[in-house]
Design a protein around this ligand. Structure first.
Ligand code: OAD
Length: 253
């Protein structure tokens, strides 16, 4: 159940968020699965949070892939098939407007692997958890972009014949170094940090919020419910990001 939204206080929250965002020259954004919820993609920890009885933490690990690659590929092939049917929503589009307003001062760090920010039109996107569109050979490490075209139940590398895996970051794996370094530097150097649709429980991603705070940025959160980060942000916009983000960006004009 969602907490009731008090319109008085959500108006105040929007006004405060506008005050913080309007003067900002450098803005970094961290998004999670919640921003794609209104496009029809399931979040990880909502409504029971289980997939075929498995916690996401149990299908998205190198150990799970070693133990049962078919199960893991079933999970990812289903997620890839979902991508073919979904489109960016007004929350994604609001972030495109924000990038257009800020130009080089805008950085979008996403934990999402769905590619919807790029499909919406964002350019400076750092995919810290990889992307469902690419696969990587477990042996020769060749990376191939297959978009959303269907793959075999257990796909193999065209170059060396070994098993392919999704080119995403699993639990217990390090993040891609260059992309992570650029994310930390965007968080550390921004005037305003916007956190959207993440439960903020998965690290190191959630640590970007603290990097931004410690380096003096104002932090605005847009989330359907309170998250693990809500007690350490300056403004919380409670509600679906497909509504709150367009409203926020509209008020910047
Ligand atoms: P979660 O499923 O943990 O959290 C989704 C968040 O979105 C929750 O805080 C919801 O309240 C919020 N939410 C849901 N619908 C929303 C809406 N319409 N508007 C705004 N907010 C909404 O997803 P993440 O935080 O992205 O990692 O999960 C982090 C990581 O854990 C993922 O990148 C993935 C996962 O396991 C890996 O696979 C490594």
């Amino acid at each position: 159940m969602h907490p009731p939204i008090d319109y008085e206080s959500s108006e105040e929250a929007l006004d405060r968020a506008v005050q913080l965002l309007r003067p900002a020259k450098a803005v970094a954004v961290l998004t999670g699965a919640g921003i794609s919820a209104e496009s029809g993609l399931a979040t990880f920890r909502g409504a029971g949070g289980l997939w075929e009885g498995h916690r996401v933490e149990d299908v998205a690990t190198p150990r799970a892939f070693l133990r049962d690659p078919e199960l893991v590929w079933r999970f990812y092939n289903l997620r890839r098939a979902n991508l073919a049917a979904v489109k960016p929503n007004p929350g994604h589009l609001a972030l495109v407007e924000l990038e257009n307003r800020l130009g080089a001062g805008f950085t979008l760090v996403t934990q999402n692997v769905d590619g919807l920010h790029q499909a919406a039109g964002n350019k400076n996107v750092l995919e810290i958890h990889g992307t469902l569109r690419r696969v990587r050979c477990v042996c020769c490490e060749r990376v191939t972009d297959h978009g959303v075209e269907p793959l075999a139940d257990l796909p193999h590398c065209a170059a060396c014949g070994a098993l392919l895996r999704p080119d995403v970051v699993w639990f217990e794996e390090p993040l891609p170094t260059d992309i992570w370094d650029r994310s930390v530097s965007a968080a550390a150097s921004c005037d305003c940090f916007l956190v959207v649709g993440t439960s903020a429980v998965v690290y190191p991603a959630a640590g970007l919020i603290d990097v931004a705070r410690m380096d003096g940025a104002d932090v605005i959160e847009a989330n359907l419910d309170r998250s693990a980060a809500s007690s350490r942000v300056d403004v919380l916009l409670l509600g679906p990001s497909g509504t709150t983000l367009p409203e926020l960006i509209k008020r910047l004009h």
